[in-house]
Design a protein around this ligand. Structure first.
Ligand code: 13P
Ligand code: SF4
Length: 358
């Protein structure tokens, strides 16, 4: 099936595209801090959070040092759906969102009255930059009878153009609900998740049109090497994030969002798991199921093209040092045009309400 909304080659990795490479080239090298420096930053950040009525909302893919800091404060470490909910429900006046830019924008759209800061405004996402508003809007205009469903990993402009926003935790459920009421769907930007939804729901022909985007991290998981690993660990269950290629998802024992992966590791009977998602999740996996063993799914082996090697380079930009600077100076504030924010709030609120009602 090939109903992708672009002419780029099917085999071209998203990391090879010029706009992604340009963004990756701008990421500065990470400064390694000593144990003492990290401890000093942690202490100073905890004091500032209390003084400035601020909570940290962070994603499982960020540095374990940051996740450990959140564990000691009133913040949250979560998947992108829970991050959105937590930020919206929080009584803090300032949210420090550690993750990538769309997460900060989502928090600001849902809570325009709050100040939303990030350790850096340069942390983006290959799905977001692969779905520019002008081209995407033109594509939607060509299909006026389609409902526009976009993944949370998109800009505020793209969200404002959409009927629905979803995350990986509820993507299948929302699309199933829309197909059941007779809607045809534009799905953007992740083609792998889009194909997974098509397959899972048995969508036919042009019922779901896909945008041609991908995640540079999940796109690198390799089927042949995964098969070899399964021979080494025959009792291990494979847990995969749905941004992985369909061939990986077809052999996985469980496919779900980052939170759903952690819950599966806790609740399933297996003692070993091969995990196909960003390695940052291992911190929470080990915390949630300390007696179980977690093995990284391979991004190397035959046909290897590993660049990010299961580590999102943009998530990696969230360091304690940058977090401290931003909190101290109240810099890197997320701004969303209020009118645009109001439009983007509608599909985002649908997303929050959908899960709550079902
Ligand atoms: P989750 O919503 O599953 O946490 O995914 C967010 C993301 O960016 C995965 O790459
Ligand atoms: Fe985007 Fe992939 Fe990074 Fe998630 S892991 S933020 S989808 S580039």
């Amino acid at each position: 099936m090939n109903n992708l909304a672009s002419n780029s080659s099917e085999n071209e990795l998203i990391a090879d595209r010029v706009f992604v490479r340009e963004s990756l080239d701008k990421i500065p090298a990470k400064r390694q801090l000593s144990v003492q420096e990290n401890a000093d930053y942690e202490r100073k950040i905890i004091a500032l959070l209390a003084a400035k009525n601020t909570v940290i909302v962070t994603h499982y893919y960020t540095d374990p040092l940051l996740q450990a800091l959140v564990d000691k404060t009133e913040g949250c470490v979560a998947d992108s759906l829970e991050m959105a909910r937590f930020g919206s429900d929080s009584s803090a006046s300032t949210l420090m969102v550690c993750g990538v830019k769309f997460m900060g924008e989502t928090a600001k759209i849902l809570s325009p009255e709050k100040t939303v800061l990030m350790p850096t405004l340069e942390a983006t996402c290959s799905l977001d930059i692969g779905c520019p508003i002008d081209a995407f809007s033109a594509f939607c205009d060509q299909h006026p009878d389609y409902k526009v469903v976009v993944y949370a990993n998109t800009s505020a402009d793209v969200k404002a153009r959409a009927d629905w926003v979803v995350t990986s935790a509820i993507a299948v459920d929302v699309v199933e609900h829309l197909l059941a009421q007779g809607d045809k769907i534009i799905w953007a930007p992740d083609k792998h998740l889009g194909r997974y939804i098509q397959n899972k729901l048995g969508a036919e022909g042009d019922e779901i049109l896909l945008w041609d985007g991908a995640c540079i991290v999940h796109e690198e998981f390799k089927l042949k090497a995964l098969g070899d690993m399964q021979h080494l660990y025959p009792d291990a269950a494979v847990l995969a994030h749905p941004e992985s290629p369909l061939v990986i998802l077809e052999v996985a024992d469980m496919v779900g969002s980052t939170t759903q992966i952690i819950n599966a590791a806790v609740n399933r009977p297996e003692q070993q798991f091969i995990v196909a998602t960003d390695s940052g999740i291992f911190y929470k996996l080990q915390q949630a199921a300390p007696k179980k063993e977690f093995i990284m799914a391979p991004t190397s082996g035959e046909g290897a093209t590993c660049r990010s090697c299961a580590q999102c380079p943009w998530m990696g930009m969230n360091t304690l040092e940058r977090l401290y600077d931003s909190l101290l100076q109240e810099s890197n504030e997320i701004k969303v045009d209020p009118e645009l924010g109001k439009q983007a709030m509608v599909p985002l609120q649908r997303m929050l309400n959908f899960k709550r009602n079902n």
